[in-house]
Design a protein around this ligand. Structure first.
Ligand SMILES: Cc1cc2nc3c(=O)[nH]c(=O)nc-3n(C[C@H](O)[C@H](O)[C@H](O)COP(=O)(O)OP(=O)(O)OC[C@H]3O[C@@H](n4cnc5c(N)ncnc54)[C@H](O)[C@@H]3O)c2cc1C
Length: 267
């Protein structure tokens, strides 16, 4: 069944074409989505009901990893009940989805020539589509991908990649903000814009770094999210306006991509 709302959100049962288990905890699901595939913009997400039963009841949010013709790809990391079910989903099954949701990364802005894509952990999921979108617009791309350890690094479809691991088992030993800081002097004279996705502590540190260096930066925020469409009020975030006044917003409505100068993180 297809329900189209004023905001053009579709409630669709999509067929699973394939499910590739990339690592012991990360998989990529390909869905046949002819009605919506071409509507997605880099940074948007969808809500997925992981099975037909009442448990788990709520859909889970997932970024769009790639769009290939009429197919969309989701990259999922196992953290709990829903993602554990998705890790084992089989070709031929259908998943109930709500999409497209959220805003997108600001790939169309004309204030930069080099997009710095910085991801931590499963925050790498939306970067493949973002890189493809930026390159199609003639932008240069540099990826900084971080994980706790080498086995957790995923760089699928990314080019010009600099790696960082907390334990030093691959690439730079340390976090992605330290790696970016070490690369930054070599980028002098280039017009940069940072696009980031990862754990909130990483995004907090990166936002502070970029704000201090006056580098435009937008971050895709992690939050638990109930409905994805502004009904359940389960994803509040704090946003600072130009006068420094802080307002409560819903991440699913205001984001999930937010300017680093606006977002107020919990310390
Ligand atoms: C806009 C958006 C896009 C996302 N994109 C992706 C993606 O592309 N790939 C991916 O693997 N994950 C993504 N996530 C996170 C994903 O939605 C959660 O990991 C998932 O909902 C967890 O469901 P679960 O049933 O497995 O975990 P649950 O059993 O519900 O919870 C297990 C644990 O995970 C924590 N948790 C649940 N949701 C989140 C969350 N959003 N952030 C941090 N911790 C959480 C819970 O507090 C709990 O401790 C995204 C989240 C948002 C908000």
């Amino acid at each position: 069944m297809q329900i189209e709302t004023d905001n053009e959100i579709f409630d669709l049962a999509l067929e699973v074409i394939s499910n590739e288990q990339l690592t012991p905890s990360i998989n990529v699901i390909v869905l046949h989505a002819p009605e919506v595939a071409s509507r997605f913009k880099a940074g948007q997400f969808m809500e997925i009901k992981v099975n037909d039963s009442l448990f788990p009841l709520l859909r889970r949010p997932f970024s769009i990893h790639r769009v290939v013709g009429e197919q969309i790809e989701i990259m999922s990391k196992v953290v709990g009940i829903g993602t554990r079910i998705l890790y084992r989903v089989k070709a031929g099954e259908t998943l109930q989805t709500l999409a497209p949701l959220g805003n997108s990364f600001g790939y169309d802005k004309d204030d930069f020539d080099l997009g710095i894509l910085i991801s931590g952990g499963i925050g790498v999921a939306p970067m493949a589509m973002l890189e493809e979108t930026l390159r199609a617009r003639g932008k240069d791309v540099l990826n900084i991908v971080g994980a706790r350890t080498a086995e957790e690094l995923v760089t699928r479809y990314l080019t010009n990649v600099h790696l960082a691991t907390d334990d030093g088992t691959a690439g730079f030993k340390g976090n992605v903000v330290s790696l970016f800081s070490s690369i930054l002097p070599s980028l002098k004279g280039k017009r940069l814009r940072v696009f980031a996705c990862g754990p909130n502590p990483m995004l907090n540190a990166l936002s502070k770094f970029c704000n201090a260096h006056e580098i435009p930066c937008e971050v895709s925020i992690e939050s638990t999210m109930g409905c994805g469409i502004g009904i359940c009020y389960g994803c509040p975030v704090r946003i600072k306006d130009a006068n420094g006044k802080v307002h409560n917003k819903l991440l699913c409505q205001y984001g999930s991509v937010i300017d680093a100068r606006e977002i107020v993180f919990e310390e």
